[in-house]
Design a protein around this ligand. Structure first.
Ligand code: FAD
Length: 377
């Protein structure tokens, strides 16, 4: 009997896990990879959509191109998970597994922030980024608020990138002098584990006249009244809201009893949940590392190595690194890099690499290698 591994979610974590298992075991394993979508989109592509660098068709990578020995991809929506029995119900069938890996990412809870609407005034979903990209072209005066509605949220530097890219967009259109940019952020600094990165971002905001409001979050948005209210009661004028909605674990994961304080508790070294044979990787798992693709990928590789060891009757020794590289759009077509490490020292660290055009090439290579590894193009 081949070991049966069921992976829920073909995002950054699920794709890497299925690829790693296939690479190591080929046809000697039966992996089922489930996703409700027919395409994968890199998180950072949403900024490309927002600022018109790419169109929705070009950023979508079809799962039809994901072909690996030992792996079957199936397009289904997960409707219930029984972690004790490792049984999963979808809109089309029921699946049983020897090993279950939950990699369904984070969802958005717009009900937590009145006035925030999915697909309309947030740039964290493909429809939202695409829609706002169209609206942005009409912004010629007033205050644009980049507002984060709660932490934790995916890719901590992304709203800072949005602020710098917005500055470039308004400058290119000749309307920067008529517009204000305000960035509302619940964290104490743009990238807390890396003071050097935060310092460089704060300096870049100051140079460009971007108002940075740390340690506060958006409580509500009044589109008709063109204002935003912060959690501390302050009110800001707002011609255009570019929002990061509050995040939450998917409802189906909460209903399965897998969460505690909103996220899935795991052994941060092995990604095991408290249920035998059930793992959680990526944005929904509470490992202590940030919610970002590189961390989902590191977790996926760890689970793959340990599962392969187990299937070969060897000792599983791999440990989740909790480290990775994030690229940061700094405007003026330059990209910076921060190498963050959450687990090896007594506290998280992050080393900063100054923005350059060479790092833009490196960022493109980062996407291209994943695209080639997972989709063959
Ligand atoms: C604007 C922005 C910029 C970003 N930039 C970066 C970056 O530069 N570097 C980086 O490392 N990370 C970046 N990220 C973060 C990154 O996209 C996520 O952290 C990463 O995708 C998480 O991987 P995951 O596997 O946990 O979840 P996801 O990649 O979100 O995958 C989850 C999958 O589960 C599926 N799913 C959900 N519910 C169901 C269900 N009920 N049934 C079936 N399928 C379901 C979804 O369709 C999805 O495909 C960015 C994110 C954003 C929004």
């Amino acid at each position: 009997m081949k070991p049966r591994v069921l992976i829920l979610g073909a995002g950054f974590g699920g794709l890497e896990l299925a690829s790693s298992l296939s690479e190591a075991m080929g046809d000697g394993i039966a992996v089922t990879l489930i996703d409700r979508s027919d395409t994968f989109v890199f998180g950072y592509s949403k900024l490309d959509l927002l600022f018109g660098r790419q169109a929705a068709e070009t950023v979508r990578l079809p799962y039809a191109d994901f072909a690996k020995p030992g792996v079957v991809f199936t397009r289904e929506a997960v409707t219930a998970i029984d972690p004790s029995a490792r049984t999963v119900t979808t809109d089309r069938s029921t699946h049983e597994a020897d090993v279950l890996v939950v990699a369904l990412g984070a969802d958005y809870d717009v009900s937590a922030t009145p006035g925030v609407r999915l697909g309309e005034n947030e740039f964290y979903s493909v429809p939202g980024a695409t829609h706002l990209g169209g609206v942005l072209a009409g912004l010629t005066r007033g205050n644009a608020v980049i507002g984060v509605c709660g932490a934790p949220y995916k890719c901590p530097p992304a709203p800072s990138e949005c602020a710098l890219m917005l500055h470039d967009d308004l400058t290119r259109r000749g309307v920067r002098q008529d517009c204000r940019i305000t960035f509302v952020h619940p964290l104490p600094s743009p990238v807390p584990p890396s003071p050097d990165t935060s310092k460089a971002l704060i300096a870049a905001f100051a140079e460009r006249g971007i108002e940075y409001l740390p340690n506060c979050r958006v409580a509500s948005v009044d589109t008709a009244g063109r204002s935003v209210t912060l959690a501390d009661g302050r009110e800001l004028p707002c011609e255009l809201f570019l929002g990061v909605p509050k995040h939450q674990a998917p409802d189906v994961v909460v209903a399965a009893g897998l969460t505690e304080d909103g996220w899935v508790p795991v052994d941060s070294a092995t990604l095991e949940t408290s249920f035998h044979g059930v793992y959680a990787i990526g944005d929904l798992a509470n490992t202590g590392a940030p919610k970002a693709g590189v961390f989902a990928e590191g977790a996926a590789r760890t689970v793959a190595r340990n599962l392969v060891a187990r299937f070969k009757d060897q000792e599983p020794t791999a440990k989740n690194p909790g480290a990775g590289t994030c690229y940061i759009e700094f405007g003026a077509d330059r990209v910076a890099r921060v190498d963050v490490d959450f687990f090896s020292g007594p506290k998280p660290t992050g080393s900063f690499h100054e923005p350059s055009t060479a790092l833009r090439v490196e960022k493109e290579r980062f996407g291209a290698t994943r695209s080639a590894r997972w989709f063959g193009h």
